[in-house]
Design a binder for this molecule. Structure first.
Ligand SMILES: Cc1ncc(C[n+]2csc(CCOP(=O)(O)OP(=O)(O)O)c2C)c(N)n1
Length: 665
């Protein structure tokens, strides 16, 4: 039997359907999402939870020409992408050269903004709506912000709500998609409030009232203007009259919004009614929808898989390793293990995270130390601010946040930590390129934003043992520290380079040589060792390889000595060039009047690194082993020439010029 979905190539096709055709379509979309994500992985649960909502929105609004849809975080966009002409691309999602897992205006006119970080939809939507008003209303254009009960906890969302409620006459609908989950169950007082609203009898009563009154409006006139507004006021007072003890909209109404709901976000007729009404209201409205995250996905066997699943081997099997001895436990699990050990030894150690208990590994820490683990919700600024307070109270806080989301807390790193030298250990997970999540999630700015503040100690381990050692150094350090580690596995063969003592500001020479120096930071150390070995095998050049360990304080003595005796000095980091680790080395070399011309920074140039598997993203940025070798060869070509000449080798350039350069690679 032909599927309804086969007829849908754009929202225009959707609008040709009768409302009762939407229900079977919702099922087909769910089946399709389950099918392709079983191969591609990706954010499964959020999209599955808003299939009906997405259908109703595209059925009633015109998000291409007239209206604007801003999705918070953006990870719930799969049904939206399917309906807006990208169905055939879904099997390529999050892969190199495939479509993004998040909205992207370069992909489609239906995607207004590129997002990935949460909490921002309301602020953008308020700006759009205010702009529409200023431009004279633009033919009744409407702005819809779709935000989850997790995202709405972000500081920026609350700031925007606070402001938006004072702007009357705003063509804005905020849809609160309340599924009781962020990545795990949502936490906090707002969650408690929402669950009271969801579970109270008012939900059913409000729904019945809603239907009854909307029906009476329908009979009298279309859903527009003042009349609808009056009716909504009556719905509200009717509900209050029936159940005077509970008012589900209390919070939003106090802020100046017209609140509608809660309604069943899977019930298409109710959704169509509610959205039609919201469309007709000339002031900011909050429509509260109750949905089930991962609807239709049996995630009982896979507790976290319903939020985001991994790609199948079909997509990853052919890829090379990042470096030859990769395969030990993930950095995250080493972090967790050491944090638990340290907490057993010292009662004052506490851990904080911002809605990322699972991702940072702290779930197990919380099981063991329930009173010493704070999941503050999607609130990175608060996590770092609170860490300061804990430190002032004599506790020893470990604040584990993904590098990319720590960007939200730059001001807290500045004022709450660095300015008063507060002893807080920041553990920046997923530092470097992350792979399938792409540019919004790459943690490639943290060296800069940590290094720029006085008092900070900024470090990155080469492997699991060193991560443990750095955590111990950090917990005893009397000021703020940042440790970054990547979303990857630790090296398997640590024994080849056994751990040596870790000392603040001291680098570690792993291989010596005289033909050039690779001064590598964190995750780049083992790729640098691979590159040095291959360059040696290929060209006979012997490169020194250093594990820099610290981006601040730098090992100035080591840099001075190596820079003076090597023809070239490469710094390596999985981070942007501007203000990063190599930039720090260069600053020092210039200030110390060393020969900074020898320094070459291998880092991400001034561009965004897109999605793909992590090794592919590293390759795109020139940070995989072949990319590093190409840079070394290019730089050392004259040196190689001289060396071969001295040794009396043929001066035939073909014999000297590396293969990769001969072929123009
Ligand atoms: C600033 C920021 N912090 C953390 C995250 C990681 N993150 C991605 S989705 C998510 C949960 C979002 O929950 P919610 O807004 O309720 O949407 P749902 O997944 O339930 O649809 C989190 C914490 C993020 N994307 N942005």
């Amino acid at each position: 039997m032909k599927k309804v979905l086969d007829q849908i190539h754009s929202p225009e096709d959707l609008k040709k359907l009768t409302p009762d055709q939407l229900e079977p379509l919702a099922k087909e979309i769910r089946d399709f999402i389950r099918d392709f994500t079983s191969i591609t992985g990706g954010h499964i649960g959020s999209g599955l939870g808003i299939v009906e909502l997405t259908l109703a929105l595209h059925y009633l609004f015109d998000f291409k020409e007239q209206d604007h849809l801003i999705m918070d975080v953006g990870h719930q966009c799969y049904p939206h992408k399917i309906l807006t002409g990208r169905r055939n691309d879904m099997y390529s999602i999050r892969q190199r050269d495939g479509i993004s897992g998040f909205p992207d205006p370069e992909e489609s006119p239906y995607d207004r903004v590129k997002t990935g970080h949460g909490g921002t939809s309301i602020t953008t939507a308020i700006g759009l709506a205010a702009g529409i008003n200023n431009a004279g209303g633009q033919n009744g254009a409407r702005v819809v912000a779709l935000i989850g009960d997790g995202g709405i906890q972000e500081g920026i969302a609350l700031e925007a709500l606070n402001h938006g409620g004072t702007l009357e006459q705003l063509p804005l609908t905020i849809i609160l998609n309340d599924n009781e989950h962020g990545i795990g169950p949502t936490v906090g007082a707002l969650r408690k409030y929402f669950s009271k609203v969801r579970s109270g009898p008012i939900y059913r009563t409000a729904k019945e009232n809603f239907k009854r009154f909307v029906k009476s409006v329908e009979e009298k006139s279309p859903f527009v203007g003042r009349l609808t507004y009056d009716v909504l006021e009556r719905v509200k007072s009717g509900v209050q009259h029936l159940l005077p003890s509970v008012n589900p909209g209390e919070l939003f109404e106090a802020l100046g919004y017209f609140y509608y709901g809660p309604i069943d976000g899977h019930d298409l007729p109710t959704l169509l009614e509610a959205l039609s009404i919201c469309r007709g209201i000339e002031r900011p409205v909050v429509l509260h929808c109750i949905t089930t995250k991962g609807k239709g996905y049996s995630y009982k066997q896979d507790r976290l898989g319903y939020h985001a699943g991994k790609p199948s081997e079909k997509i990853t099997a052919h890829l090379p390793l990042e470096f030859s001895c990769q395969g030990g436990p993930a950095y995250t699990s080493i972090f967790l293990d050491e944090a638990c050990k340290m907490a057993r030894e010292d009662q004052r150690i506490v851990a904080l995270t911002a809605a990322m208990l699972e991702g940072t590994g702290l779930v197990r820490f919380r099981e063991e130390f329930p009173n010493r683990c704070f999941d503050v919700g999607m609130a990175e600024q608060h996590a770092v601010g609170m860490a300061q307070g804990l430190a002032l109270a004599g506790q020893k806080p470990i604040c584990a946040i993904y590098s990319t989301f720590m960007q939200r807390s730059i001001d807290q790193i500045f004022q709450e930590l660095a300015l008063i030298n507060a002893p807080v250990m920041m553990c920046l997970d997923r530092a470097g390129v992350v792979g399938p999540d792409g540019a919004t999630h790459n943690g490639v700015f943290d060296i800069t934003f940590c290094r720029m503040f006085p008092n900070m100690v900024v470090m990155a381990p080469r492997d699991g043992s060193e991560l443990r050692a750095m955590m111990r150094l950090a917990i005893h350090h009397p000021g703020p520290t940042a440790i970054r580690y990547p979303r990857t596995n630790t090296p398997l063969l640590e024994a080849e380079y056994p751990a040596t003592g870790l000392e603040l500001g001291k680098a570690e020479l792993l291989e010596d040589g005289n033909d050039g120096c690779l001064f590598a930071y964190g995750a780049m150390v083992y790729p640098a060792l691979d590159a040095a070995r291959l360059v040696h095998e290929k060209h006979g050049l012997k490169l020194a390889v250093v594990n820099a360990r610290f981006a601040k304080p730098l090992d100035e003595a080591m840099i001075t000595s190596l820079l003076s005796r090597h023809p070239a000095f490469f710094t390596l980091e999985d981070h942007v060039l501007a203000g990063g680790f190599g930039a720090g080395v260069l600053e020092f070399a210039c200030a110390a009047q060393l020969d900074s011309r020898k320094i070459e920074i291998i880092a991400i140039n001034d561009n965004w690194v897109d999605h793909g598997q992590r090794i592919e993203a590293l390759a795109m940025a020139g940070l995989d082993v072949p990319g590093i070798i190409a840079r070394i060869e290019r730089r050392l070509l004259p040196h190689l020439f001289e060396k071969n000449k001295d040794q009396g080798a043929s001066q035939d350039s073909e014999a000297i010029i590396p293969q990769s350069l001969q072929t123009g690679n």
